[in-house]
Design a protein around this ligand. Structure first.
Ligand SMILES: [Zn+2]
Length: 245
């Protein structure tokens, strides 16, 4: 069987037996894939451990298997992003963890691939990494199809005074509909206009946004409510992001 030549981000690494690792990668060609890379933890291995560390961007050969584990070989490190500070690194790892959690295997998603690629590049020189993170989050939710809808009428048909946010709908609802849903929260006009701006702006230009960290944190919280609604994770998991803001 011929291998597929690929490039991708290491989303997760788990040591396997004495000398192998199981890697989950996000590749441009195949989306998320999981495979075993044999013998790389041998003492005399010529492959640097950085090559199979979470966060590395690598070249790899993939032999697709019918079983869950594919076979990986010939890894080469292309780069590991060089971050100026711990927060940028933390955001990068959080992004990789979100991709790991929310994407199914073998679903080619070039949009997601370029979103990670761009975020990794921008985070290396960003003065406002929390805004890059929020931009990533909103665009990620859009690609997954969970929201965030702010130009649509409420499910009851109302178009005005939509000042509640529904994680289930992934968008705005009126007060009447909002109070019927347990996890709906209030949303301000300013928050709505910030989300609008981020949705229509490319990640490269998003740092022109001049908003307080608290506002970024609040909108990130709304994003997390949407992701939480679509996942089986405990809400405590989202508290990990606290020190980003
Ligand atoms: Zn309504």
């Amino acid at each position: 069987m011929r291998p597929i030549k690929s490039e991708g981000f290491v989303l997760k690494k788990v040591n396997f037996r004495e000398t192998s690792v199981i890697l989950t990668l996000f590749t441009k060609e195949l989306g998320k894939i999981k495979g075993i890379l044999k013998g790389v933890r041998k003492e005399k291995s010529k492959i640097s451990p950085l090559t199979f560390t979470q966060g590395s961007y690598i070249f790899i050969l993939i032999y697709k298997k019918k079983s869950e584990l594919n076979l990986l070989s010939s890894p080469e490190l292309i780069y590991f992003p060089d971050f100026e500070n711990k927060i940028c690194f933390k955001i990068y790892i959080t992004i990789l963890n979100l991709i790991y959690l929310f994407l199914p295997e073998f679903q080619r998603e070039e949009n997601i691939f370029f979103l990670i690629y761009k975020s990794a590049n921008l985070l290396q020189k960003s003065k406002k990494p929390h805004i890059i993170f929020l931009g990533f989050k909103i665009k990620f939710i859009e690609i997954l199809g969970y929201g965030i809808k702010i130009d649509e009428p409420c499910k009851c048909g109302k178009r005005k005074n939509l000042n509640f946010f529904s994680p289930k709908a992934g968008g705005l609802v009126c007060k009447n509909c909002g109070i019927k849903e347990a996890d709906c929260v209030k949303i301000s006009k300013k928050e709505i206009s910030i989300i609008k701006f981020i949705k229509k702006t490319d990640l490269d230009n998003i740092e022109v946004l001049n908003i307080k960290k608290k506002e970024t944190e609040r909108i990130n919280y709304l994003c997390n409510l949407v992701l939480y609604y679509h996942s089986s994770l405990n809400f405590i998991w989202w508290q990990n992001e606290k020190d980003i803001f």
